[in-house]
Design a protein around this ligand. Structure first.
Ligand code: BTN
Length: 238
C-alpha cells in the first residue's frame, strides 16, 4: 500500500459504512481509515437493501478515502477487489457483474457499496469468505471462498489484502475509469454481449459497452440507453 491506513476493528457494529459516515459528518475522521467488523447488526447493501453477513464467516469492511468524487469509482473498486480475489482463486471464472458484484459462475461472492460524504468516498465491501451455508433466499445465487477452495481464511489478513488492492487500484488510475481500467473492466464484465433487463417498467436489450462514466450501455429496440443506476438482471444469472 502506498500510504498506511488506520485499521479499526469492531466485534459488532450497526454497519461499517454507517459508522464511517457518522464519524466523517462529526469531523472525527480526517484521514483515510479502514473499519472491519466481525458482525454488523444493520448491514446495508445497494439500492437501500439489507446486507446479511454471517458473524465471523463473512468479511465486512469499509474504507473511508479522501478522494475526488467520480461516478465510475465504484467500478474501479470492483477491479481492486477482483485483483485480491483473483490471487486467491486463480482461475478464469471470476467476473464482475455491473456495476460492482464479484461473481463466479453466476453466483455472487462479493458486493460493494460506495457512498459519498463530504470529501470522502466510503467504500463498503462484503465478501462471502468462510460461509458454508446461506439463507434460503440466496442459497442458489451465492458462493463463498471456502465453498470454492475448501480452505478457511483469516478475515483480518483477507481484509488487509483486499483493502490494499482497492486503494492501489484507485490510486493507480487516479480515481477515474481511464482507458486501461475501462478495457480491463470490460474484459471481466459478465453483462456484455448478454440480454439484460433493467429499469421500471422493465425494459430489455443487449448490453454492449461501458461508457467512460461507468454506465452500462444497452442496445434496446428503441436505441441505446446508458444505465447508471438500479438493478440490471442478466439472463440466466440474477
Ligand atoms: C451490495 O451488493 O448490495 C453491496 C453490499 C455491501 C456490503 C458491505 S459489508 C461492509 C459495508 N457495510 C455495510 O453496511 N455495507 C457494506
Amino acid at each position: 500500500m502506498s500510504k498506511a491506513l488506520d485499521f479499526i476493528i469492531f466485534e459488532s457494529i450497526d454497519s461499517t459504512n454507517t459508522y464511517l459516515k457518522r464519524k466523517i459528518k462529526a469531523g472525527e475522521i480526517t484521514s483515510d481509515t479502514v473499519v472491519l467488523a466481525k458482525s454488523q447488526t444493520n448491514g446495508r447493501g445497494r439500492l437501500e437493501r439489507n446486507w446479511e453477513a454471517e458473524k465471523g464467516k463473512s468479511l465486512t469492511v469499509s474504507i473511508a478515502l479522501k478522494c475526488p468524487p467520480n461516478p465510475s469509482l465504484t467500478l474501479l473498486c470492483a477491479l481492486g477487489v477482483f485483483e485480491a480475489l483473483d490471487d486467491i482463486l486463480g482461475d478464469k471464472n471470476l467476473k464482475i457483474k455491473w456495476p460492482n458484484d464479484l461473481v463466479r459462475k453466476g453466483r455472487k461472492l462479493c458486493g460493494i457499496l460506495c457512498e459519498r460524504v463530504s470529501d470522502f468516498t466510503v467504500i463498503g465491501i462484503g465478501i462471502n469468505a468462510n460461509n458454508r451455508i446461506f439463507p434460503e433466499e440466496i442459497k442458489e445465487k451465492a458462493t463463498s471462498l471456502t465453498l470454492l477452495t475448501g480452505r478457511e481464511y483469516n478475515i483480518e489478513s483477507l481484509a488487509k489484502s483486499v483493502c490494499e488492492k482497492v486503494v492501489n487500484t484507485l490510486e493507480k488510475h487516479r480515481f477515474a475509469l481511464d482507458e486501461n481500467a475501462r478495457d480491463k473492466y470490460k474484459s471481466l464484465c459478465i453483462n456484455l454481449g448478454k440480454e439484460v433487463h433493467f429499469g421500471s417498467p422493465l425494459k430489455k436489450g443487449i448490453a454492449v459497452d461501458i461508457s467512460p462514466l461507468g454506465e452500462l450501455v444497452v442496445a434496446t429496440e428503441s436505441g441505446y440507453e446508458n444505465v447508471s443506476y438500479g438493478d440490471v438482471f442478466v439472463s440466466g444469472i440474477y
